[in-house]
Design a protein around this ligand. Structure first.
Ligand code: ADP
Length: 261
C-alpha cells in the first residue's frame, strides 16, 4: 500500500490520475489504520470485564460451593460484569450499524419538536429527582429530514449523560430553536463538568474523562461517539461546552428541511 505511483510523467492527465490514485491510497491507509485501532480498542475494553468474570468464576469454583458469602458476592459481581459486557457489545453494534448505513436512506422531513417532547416525557418518568426545563416552542414549525428513532437515540445519550454526571443541582435545561437554515437543540446540565483539556477527546470511542472519577458511574465511553455518528449521518454538527464543577452544554445542529407554512 505504501508504494506510490510517482514515476508517471508523460502527460498532464496521467500525472493527475497518479495524484488521485495516491490520494485514494492515503485515504485507504488511514481507514485501515483506524479500523485496526478500533479492533484493538474494542478488544481491550472487552477484555477487562472478561478477566473480572474469569476471576469470579474461579473463586466460585474454589470456594463458592462451601462459602455462601463468596457465592453471593461472586454471583452478583459476575452478573454485573455480564451486563457490562452486553452493554459494550450492544453499543459497538449500534456504532458499526450507523457507520455502515451512512447516507443509505432518505428520510421524510418530520416535525422534530414532538419527537423531543415525547422523548423527554418518557425520560422524565424514569428520573423523577430531576427538574427538566423545556423550551422548544421556537422550533415548533421546523421540519428536519431525520429518522425520529435516531433523533430519540441521540437525545437519550445526551440526557443520560446529563443525569449520570450530575451530583447536586439537578436542573436540566433543554432549548430548541430555529436558526437560519438549521435547527439547534441545546441540553444543559449543572453537573460535574469536564476539564478543558479533556473536552477535545470526549467524542472519541471509549474515551472516559478521568477513569478514576468515573469508576462509580456506569459507562463505556461509546455514547458520545454514537451520538456524533448519528448527527453526522444527517449532515449535522454536535459540540460540547463545559466547565468543571459548573456543568455541561451539548449543542446539536441539524439542517432544516423546511418550515411549516
Ligand atoms: P460514557 O459511557 O462514559 O458516559 P460517553 O461517550 O457518553 O461515555 O462520554 C464520554 C465521557 O465524557 C464520559 O465518560 C464523561 O467522563 C464525559 N461526559 C459526557 N457527558 C458529560 C456530562 N454531561 N457531564 C460531565 N461529563 C460528561
Amino acid at each position: 500500500l505504501t508504494e506510490r505511483v510517482s514515476n508517471i510523467e508523460n502527460g498532464d492527465e496521467l500525472s493527475s490520475l497518479a495524484q488521485l490514485f495516491n490520494e485514494l491510497m492515503n485515504q485507504l491507509e488511514v481507514s485501515f489504520r483506524q479500523q485496526k485501532q478500533f479492533v484493538e480498542d474494542a478488544s481491550h475494553e472487552l477484555r477487562t470485564p472478561i478477566t473480572i468474570l474469569e476471576g469470579h468464576l474461579s473463586l466460585l469454583n474454589r470456594w463458592g460451593k462451601s462459602n455462601p458469602e463468596v457465592l453471593d458476592e461472586s454471583l452478583q459481581a459476575s452478573l454485573q460484569e455480564t451486563r457490562r459486557l452486553k452493554g459494550i457489545v450492544e453499543e459497538l453494534l449500534t456504532l458499526t450499524m450507523v457507520e455502515t448505513h451512512l447516507d443509505s436512506e432518505i428520510n421524510e422531513p418530520v416535525q422534530i419538536e414532538p419527537v423531543i417532547q415525547e422523548t423527554l416525557k418518557r425520560f422524565e418518568v424514569l428520573n423523577p429527582e430531576f427538574v427538566f426545563q423545556v423550551n422548544t416552542e421556537k422550533m415548533r414549525d421546523a421540519l428536519v429530514s431525520i429518522s425520529p428513532l435516531h433523533l430519540e437515540q441521540i437525545l437519550l445519550i445526551i440526557l443520560d449523560n446529563a443525569v449520570k454526571y450530575t451530583m447536586h443541582d439537578r436542573r436540566i435545561v433543554i432549548v430548541g430553536q430555529r436558526l437560519i437554515n438549521e435547527v439547534q437543540i441545546t441540553i444543559e446540565d449543572h453537573g460535574i463538568g469536564i476539564p478543558q483539556d479533556e473536552l477535545p477527546y470526549v467524542f472519541d470511542r471509549f474515551y472516559r474523562v478521568d477513569k478514576a472519577r468515573n469508576r462509580e458511574i456506569a459507562g463505556t465511553g461509546l455514547g458520545l461517539s454514537i451520538a456524533k455518528q448519528f448527527v453526522h449521518k444527517y449532515q449535522g454538527e454536535i459540540t460540547i461546552r463545559s466547565k468543571e464543577n459548573e456543568g455541561t452544554t451539548v449543542i446539536i445542529k441539524l439542517p432544516m428541511n423546511q418550515i411549516i407554512k
